[in-house]
Design a protein around this ligand. Structure first.
Ligand code: BG6
Length: 500
């Protein structure tokens, strides 16, 4: 079944009686993590599985099999996971009994992803009657070889699922090769391409907001919306992962996937059903409707050094780097809904704050009757991804008092944490996504053609920079990016919302 809710919320709409929450356990499964001693597995995948185990969603019969080439014995692996859970899973310290039971579910197999070592041991751990999921928590260069091995060794069966992470290719050609290498041995319905933004509660809420309320749809078009701003600002730099980042840059690392997904969910037509292909078909249509971006509509930046240190180039270990860690761009979606209402996307490292949001900026009232007042700011609907996930609606009201008739901007504010209470605390995106893999629901995963369509649109933008050896503009750490990013909007008579 595509959409089996993990958490059922039953609310009484009329009495305001609040929530009863019920976790529906998934069926027993075997999950294999390739690269189990790596960062992603240790910081994200294993803590996510632990949290789902603590709330009772993962049954005791489930097994988690870590594999890696590293020579550690199973006991050392379990000890490592125990330490990691204390470090990365907030509940580990208080749930000691659950922690012990969770660790009993773990196995470790030393395995060479491209050679023969370990594959028959792995087969021995898997139970024929259960669903199998394989997480490729490894370098993308190993995706194809592992998929082939899974097939030739018979470790994967026709109901097995494989889970791959970004980066999914470096350009269109590489993404096509990667897709082809997976599709050689698995069908599309078995491939789960993760973009962790789709697992964020607030991103899924964007779909609920749009398609579970009748209020917004009549307004959700260029007739009422002036433009949309999508910002994903980070306060951290790239130190610690400079080498990877320098070969990627913000366009590949963030725009091609995370911001593109946010754009798609904001711009897409209502799907006929909340089902994997119905949703993904609509997202692909949006990507295909994106107009080519003119070079004057893109701004690239690199954070500078302070007191001669900690600049992007220091962190990247490349004194001549031309890689951008900030991008702002104006995107036109060429269809009836969005013609004349552009999307402005912006993302960068070392900015003023960690702050991500989608801002729907509505048009001004068509005629102003309050002659003596300043023209009110247009309404804006802000969907906050972080911090403080929630929704804010900016309205214009009368400034109180008898002296004249002035207008002021106030907001209706809903922070999900306080509106929904502890019960619905945002989970890490991976919790949702991994449970969806087990349930066999691909709605929140990228389809192959979707990834390729995104690269088809991105590639020419990057090619223009590379051909011209375009030099990113320097910007001060702790600010809002290069001044030219402000000009990009000012030129159109608009301005960015402040970061943070
Ligand atoms: C990752 C990028 O995919 O997303 C990182 O590689 C970025 O560069 C991260 O920092 C941001 O994710 P989040 O969930 O912290 O907004």
């Amino acid at each position: 079944m595509y959409w089996q809710l993990a958490v059922e919320r039953i609310t009484s709409r009329w009495t305001g009686q609040n929530l009863v929450s019920r976790v529906i356990p998934v069926d027993p499964f075997d999950i294999v993590i390739f690269g189990a001693t790596g960062d992603l597995a240790r910081r994200k995948i294993l803590p996510a599985l632990f949290h789902r185990f603590v709330v009772g969603q993962i049954p005791d019969e489930a097994r988690i099999i870590g594999t890696a080439r590293r020579d550690i014995n199973p006991c050392a692996f379990v000890a490592m996971v125990r330490n990691d859970l204390h470090a990365f899973a907030s509940t580990a310290a208080s749930k000691t009994e659950a922690l012990t039971r969770f660790l009993e579910r773990l196995q470790f197999v030393r395995l060479d992803a491209t050679g023969d070592m370990g594959w028959s041991d792995l087969t021995g751990f898997l139970r024929p009657e259960l669903k199998r999921a394989f997480c490729f928590s490894v370098s993308p260069t190993l995706f194809g070889p592992i998929a082939a091995k899974l097939y030739t060794t018979g470790v994967a069966h026709s109901e097995s699922r494989i889970v791959v992470e970004k980066p999914f290719g470096h350009n269109l050609y590489a993404a096509q090769q990667l897709n082809a290498s997976l599709l050689r041995n698995f069908s599309e319905r078995q491939i789960y391409r993760i973009d962790h933004y789709l697992g964020k509660e607030s991103v899924q809420n964007l779909m609920a907001l749009r398609f579970a309320n009748a209020l917004w749809e009549p307004l959700w078009n260029a007739r009422h919306i002036d433009h949309v701003q999508i910002t994903v600002a980070e306060s951290i730099g790239v130190s610690g992962r400079g080498e990877y980042y320098d070969s990627s840059g913000a366009m590949r690392d963030m725009i091609q996937n995370h911001l593109m997904q946010l754009l798609c969910l904001t711009a897409m037509e209502p799907p006929t059903r909340f089902e994997p292909n119905a949703v993904r078909d609509e997202k692909v249509k949006v990507i295909k409707a994106l107009q080519p971006v003119r070079s004057m509509d893109v701004v690239r930046g690199q954070y500078s050094a302070r007191d001669g240190k900690d600049g992007y180039r220091d962190h990247a270990g490349n004194a001549d780097s031309l890689t951008e860690c900030f991008v702002a761009l104006k995107v036109n979606v060429g269809n009836w809904r969005w013609a004349s209402a552009p999307f402005y996307l912006r993302t960068g490292k070392k900015l003023r704050a960690r702050s991500s949001e989608i801002a729907i900026m509505f048009r001004d009232p068509p005629h102003m009757i309050f002659q003596d007042s300043e023209w009110p700011r247009g309404n804006a609907l802000i969907i906050r991804l972080n911090p403080n996930e929630g929704i804010t609606l900016h309205n214009t009201i009368k400034d109180p008092g008898p002296g004249g008739f002035r207008l002021t901007d106030v907001s209706l504010d809903m922070a999900f944490a306080s509106a929904l209470g502890d019960l619905e605390k945002p989970q890490d995106a991976y919790e949702r996504l991994i449970m969806d893999v087990v349930r066999g629901d691909q709605t929140l995963f990228m389809r192959g053609d979707e990834v390729e369509a995104a690269w088809s649109w991105i590639d020419p933008i990057i090619a223009t920079w590379e051909d011209a050896r375009d030099v990113p503009l320097p910007y001060e750490p702790g600010g809002s990016g290069p001044e030219m990013a402000d000009v990009l909007l000012r030129r159109d008579g608009r301005e960015w919302r402040a970061i943070g």
